[in-house]
Design a protein around this ligand. Structure first.
Ligand SMILES: [Zn+2]
Length: 77
């Protein structure tokens, strides 16, 4: 089904999804995929945890720089 996101697409959109920076149709596509894919569900859950943790850290770095650094760490973990 063309409408379905692939796991790769879900991963690439995770940051925007967690930040609620996407249209409701995109969110719906994410949710449909996440409802069926345990791997992506776990990935999004962990990113959301990390992003949530970042928000309560002192702002020593601009938000975007911190997030990128953390996302990089996360991807190599
Ligand atoms: Zn998936």
């Amino acid at each position: 089904m063309k409408w379905m996101l692939t796991c790769e697409q879900v991963v690439s959109k995770t940051s925007a999804f967690v930040d609620r920076d996407m249209s409701w149709t995109e969110r719906l596509r994410m949710r449909v995929h996440l409802a069926m894919c345990r791997v992506c569900r776990e990935y999004v859950r962990q990113v959301a945890l990390v992003v949530g943790a970042l928000r309560i850290l002192p702002p020593q770095l601009p938000g975007e720089a911190r997030r990128k650094r953390l996302m990089r760490l996360f991807r190599t973990a």
